[in-house]
Design a protein around this ligand. Structure first.
Ligand SMILES: NC(=O)c1ccc[n+]([C@@H]2O[C@H](COP(=O)([O-])OP(=O)(O)OC[C@H]3O[C@@H](n4cnc5c(N)ncnc54)[C@H](OP(=O)(O)O)[C@@H]3O)[C@@H](O)[C@H]2O)c1
Ligand SMILES: [Zn+2]
Ligand SMILES: [Zn+2]
Length: 349
């Protein structure tokens, strides 16, 4: 035992509170990370509100975590003490379920999920499975790297795995933590990029992020506008609104793909017509593995893609979370620990 550390836990549904916990040793195959930064993802709401199936409280949320390894469990050979690493939503596979046995580990049926099945990164210290961690490039500060661990990998993987070609018309719906990175990835992957938001307020930012065109659903029918542009080859749906997603499918070109990454609480209403007449498809995409995340981080360095963030001290996690839920984050709120602040002072990126 090595003293105590600060963490922010969900002690009862809806309540985030700062607690002091005992530092423990990493088990076999695990590492202990001294956390520097952790992004606040909308999915954290599933932990805070307690709706995630099988969730047990108290639980420390957070799955956009960056920090330094300070202890290695037995059998961990690949990683070194002091190395800067990150951990996202996909924290490790069981290796024995059918998808794992088929090599599809991101769809493991019994995954380790930081902030859900184990304590996550709203803390000064976190224990992670070594097989779930990603190396962080020196070019990225911890606070700027953190959102790439979930929002980044989720949008990057969804776009790069969609079979798109340079110049294709690609729309990103919802301009928040995921969407603002999705716009940048789409632009830098060479697509004709459309951002879809509600209201004019985000138009300027969306264009600065790389969108060629902005569609405001408060005044325009987004599906009709996309059709006038020739139809989207893909729509990346990040907004947590099933009601808003359904009608957008009609904005796809023939054979276009509607990629669902947002996880709304309400149901999606779908018309069969655009699916049948035009062979359009709709499917979901979940985050990505640690090695996929290293690709997303490398691509971000290569193309100079960075999240727009607001940093908040760890102790103010409850305020940061509330701002994110109110849609006030521009575009990701990142919790920083005292170690993160000290390091940040000596780096940029
Ligand atoms: N598939 C995955 O692996 C994965 C990974 C991470 C997150 N997620 C899910 O993805 C969703 C987004 O997460 P996030 O962290 O990006 O959330 P966020 O930062 O809160 O952003 C969500 C954005 O959606 C916008 N929005 C909401 N309703 C809308 C509507 N009807 N039309 C247009 N825009 C709308 C909001 O904009 P305004 O309210 O400002 O208009 C907000 O900017 C969540 O459901 C989250 O659980 C999935
Ligand atoms: Zn997330
Ligand atoms: Zn599995």
């Amino acid at each position: 035992m090595k003293g105590t550390y600060k963490a922010v836990e969900v002690s009862e549904q809806g309540a985030l509170r700062v607690v002091e916990r005992q530092v423990s040793e990493p088990g076999a195959g695990q590492v202990r990370i001294r956390v520097e930064a952790c992004g606040i993802c909308h999915t954290d709401a599933a932990t805070v509100t307690g709706i995630y199936p099988g969730l047990k409280l108290p639980r420390v949320p957070g799955h956009e975590v960056v920090g330094r390894i300070e202890a290695l469990g037995s059998g961990v050979a690949r990683w070194k003490i002091g190395q800067r690493v990150g951990i996202g939503f996909f924290g490790g596979e069981d290796g024995v379920c059918e998808p794992c046995r088929r090599g599809d580990i991101v769809n493991c049926q019994n995954p380790v999920i930081p902030g859900v099945t184990v304590d996550g990164g709203y803390a000064e210290v976190m224990i992670a499975e070594a097989r779930g961690i990603a190396s962080i490039p020196d070019e990225l500060s911890s606070a700027k790297a953190a959102p790439l661990l979930c929002a980044g990998i989720t949008t990057y993987n969804a776009l790069r795995n969609a079979g798109l070609r340079g110049g294709d018309l690609v729309a990103v719906h919802g301009i928040g933590g995921l969407g603002h990175l999705g716009i940048q990835f789409a632009r830098h992957m060479g697509f004709r990029t459309v951002a879809i938001g509600r209201g004019r307020e985000k138009e300027k930012l969306a264009k600065e992020l790389g969108a060629h065109v902005y569609i405001d659903t408060a005044v325009d029918d987004a599906a009709a506008t996309l059709q006038r542009m020739g139809g989207a080859r893909a729509i990346l749906a990040t907004a947590p609104s099933g009601n808003a997603m359904g009608p957008l499918v009609s904005g796809l070109a023939a054979r276009g793909k509607f990629i669902v990454v947002g996880v709304p609480q309400d149901q999606m209403q779908l018309s069969a017509f655009p699916l049948v007449f035009g062979g359009r498809s709709i499917y979901g995409s979940l985050a990505g593995t640690a090695i996929d995340t290293e690709d997303a981080l490398a691509f971000s360095v290569l193309e100079n893609i960075r999240p727009m963030i607001e940093t908040v001290p760890l102790e103010e996690a409850a305020d940061g979370y509330a701002r994110m839920m109110q849609g006030k984050a521009r575009f990701r709120i990142v919790l920083v620990t005292k170690d993160g602040v000290a390091r940040e002072a000596s780096t940029n990126g």
